[in-house]
Design a protein around this ligand. Structure first.
Ligand SMILES: [Zn+2]
Ligand SMILES: [Zn+2]
Length: 297
């Protein structure tokens, strides 16, 4: 029998990063991320709890571009998250209109910054049925996709499914995407949040469940649509529909689940963003090191 030598396989570097504050500008958000070993970064381009957006100036763009060159972070791994106020499923005409305009404006801001992905919570059908909510999201998204830049994709995020929130399962996300025209579908992808998957009761604990979950995703949407992963542990129980993020390995998601995601070859080139609790950058660094450890051991 040939002697088996234990040659360590060189793994690809992990595309891990975290959500950063833009309090001191886009450039500093990149610098902060680079200082804690981020290979990917997410930020809001404006306050996430206000409709108002400060105009992006040429100097903001220059500072972002300079910071990207210095940090060696690839621009396609810099993700923008849309405001939490946007609700394309709203039955309130004023909110629906603000959401429509708000999403268009956020897409334009991504185009100005030359960033390719905008993560969006699909919406909540507060005073209508889920079916009506999905129909309204699809209708608005179709119009918005026809008006917005060719170079920016909207990534619909899977949700924990609290209350009337849409996107708690792959079927709801598929209904939105499949309701769009072919040209609009090309500009819509998916962001998978591990905490939301778990809280929504989508199983990925054993190898068998992991595979069947992604098989069902492939049947409905197709994994090539996944452009970003939000890597979060969950404070709340499996299937609770309660969205509470926790530090990686400190929550209720089995460690094995994270290991399977991190080592899945289909996710190797997908940026993985931490949205775990943080008082300072060192909290993010702790999670990055934990994730690197899980990936390598
Ligand atoms: Zn989100
Ligand atoms: Zn969440």
């Amino acid at each position: 029998m040939p002697i088996q030598k234990n040659i360590p396989i060189q793994k690809k570097p992990l595309l891990i990063g975290a959500h950063m504050s833009i309090k001191h500008g886009f450039g500093e958000a990149i610098q902060d991320g680079a200082s804690i070993q981020c290979k990917a970064i997410q930020f809001f381009t404006k306050s996430n709890r206000q409709w108002y957006a400060k105009k992006i100036m040429q100097k903001d763009i220059t500072l972002l571009n300079e910071a990207l060159i210095k940090s060696h972070i690839d621009r396609k791994n810099v993700i923008v998250h849309a405001s939490y106020l946007i609700n394309l499923a709203s039955s309130n005409n004023v909110t629906a209109k603000k959401s429509y305009d708000g999403l268009l404006e956020e897409l334009e801001r991504c185009a100005i910054l030359n960033l390719p992905y905008l993560v969006l919570h699909p919406g909540a059908a507060t005073e209508s049925t889920t079916k009506e909510g999905i129909a309204q999201i699809t209708f608005f998204l179709e119009e918005i996709m026809q008006k917005s830049s060719e170079n920016v994709m909207v990534l619909l995020e899977n949700m924990a499914g609290q209350g009337t929130v849409i996107g708690k399962n792959f079927q709801e996300l598929a209904l939105i995407i499949n309701g769009l025209s072919m040209s609009s579908q090309k500009k819509v992808g998916i962001c998978i949040d591990t905490c939301h998957l778990f809280a929504a009761g989508i199983p990925f604990d054993t190898q068998e469940n992991y595979e069947s979950t992604w098989q069902s995703f492939d049947k409905l949407i197709g994994r090539s649509k996944i452009k970003v992963i939000h890597l979060n542990d969950s404070k709340s129980a499996y299937g609770s529909h309660v969205d509470r993020h926790e530090h990686i390995t400190k929550g209720k998601i089995p460690i094995k689940s994270f290991k399977m995601i991190l080592n899945d070859p289909l996710f190797t080139n997908i940026p993985k963003i931490l949205e775990t609790p943080h008082a300072s950058l060192s909290d993010h660094l702790m999670n990055i090191q934990q994730v690197e450890y899980l990936y390598n051991n």
